[in-house]
Design a protein around this ligand. Structure first.
Ligand code: TXA
Ligand code: MG
Length: 319
């Protein structure tokens, strides 16, 4: 299997066909690259777990091309969830909703709810539309990394992570570097009010500013998360990640651009703001491993806006 760049209509058609035939297709999204499989094909979905080395009770997000297809996968959808979907889809937001019979235990980890997302990336949307045109219902796609490792934000990173585990009939589509760079905001929509399970680019402030609903704020210092797969140490490079530590010469160093580089450290990133921080984070953690840096010292951004999500990922990377 090779990286396929320049996603023309015929390449997308081939990729959709590969999915229909039960193969895996890694594809770009605006958050991170996903490892896709036909979400109704138990064998194909089993290969996702095998290729990632991921425990099978961790549920998968089903990707669809449009809000119009939501009721195939979810039922009893609260009004606030429809509002969220109208406001932020296609986009970096996953809604957890009560499942229909289409969402089997092998997708939901046996839970009665299912995670759904419409990604905002031209190649991803084209693939999902084509897959649906070929009578597909949705594409299950976790981040395309080995379990516990850093999510890939380029096709090359997918190849480095999974190349040895994929088969010849599987595909990796290239769609440039993921614009946002960290995974979607996951919102539990099975209660009276929405609850953020995993923070992301769509923040509680953004949600509250457009709809008059109070959303439970995500608190990275408490570990009260109801989602399997969100508790463990994650996003971990081989290098040891230390937050707000005392840098030594030879350590890697990541901080916003207005923070000077400590003497003798190797500056890995100087993002000018939080969006750039999110966009670069996973890539520079990979870079640290390529440079065989043993310790990466990180000054996290302030915990507000997308900074909440960056801190959440950094705390897990440092676990
Ligand atoms: O941005 C993203 O969300 C990326 C791209 C590819 O779309 N996908 C992604 O998937 O990050 P994954 O599997 O790496 O992380 C999804 C997390 C998992 O930790 C899983 O436990 C949780 O979402 N999740 C999925 N379905 C769920 C459900 N029904 N209930 C609770 N948590 C769920
Ligand atoms: Mg993941």
């Amino acid at each position: 299997m090779a990286i396929i760049s320049n996603c023309t209509a015929s390449i997308i058609k081939d990729a959709a066909l590969a999915l229909k035939e039960g193969h895996l297709v890694a594809f770009p999204t605006e958050t991170v690259y996903g490892l896709g499989a036909d979400a109704t094909n138990e064998k194909a979905v089993a290969r996702i777990y095998e290729v990632k080395g991921r425990p099978t009770d961790h549920p998968l997000i089903v990707h669809i091309s449009s809000l119009n297809n939501l009721d195939k996968w979810a039922k009893d959808i609260p009004e606030y969830a429809i509002k969220l979907a109208r406001a932020f889809w296609p986009g970096p937001m996953t809604l957890i909703l009560p499942r229909t019979d289409l969402a089997k235990d092998f997708i939901t980890g046996g839970q009665d709810n299912v995670g759904i997302r419409v990604p905002a990336h031209a190649a991803a949307l084209a693939l999902l539309k084509e897959f649906e045109a070929q009578a597909g219902y949705g594409v299950a796609a976790p981040s395309a990394n080995r379990f516990g490792k850093v999510s890939p934000t380029t096709s090359k990173a997918v190849m480095d992570e999974l190349g040895n585990h994929l088969s010849l009939d599987d595909q990796i589509l290239d769609g440039g570097s993921s614009q946002i760079g960290i995974e979607s905001t996951i919102i539990d929509c099975t209660k009276d009010v929405p609850v953020i399970l995993r923070p992301g680019y769509i923040t509680s402030e953004m949600i509250e500013s457009f709809m008059s609903v109070n959303i439970a704020k995500f608190d990275s210092t408490s570990n009260k998360i109801m989602s399997p797969g969100l508790l463990e140490a994650h996003y971990s490079p081989n290098a040891k990640v230390i937050l707000n530590g005392l840098p030594k010469p030879g350590d890697g160093f990541i901080a916003l651009s207005d923070i000077p580089t400590p003497a003798g450290t190797i500056r890995l990133a100087s993002p000018k703001d939080d969006n750039e921080y999110a966009h670069e984070l996973y890539n520079v953690l990979r870079l640290a491993d390529i440079k065989e840096i043993k310790t990466v010292q990180v000054i996290p951004p302030i915990e507000q806006g997308v900074g909440v999500a960056i801190n959440n990922r950094l705390i897990k990377a440092a676990d």
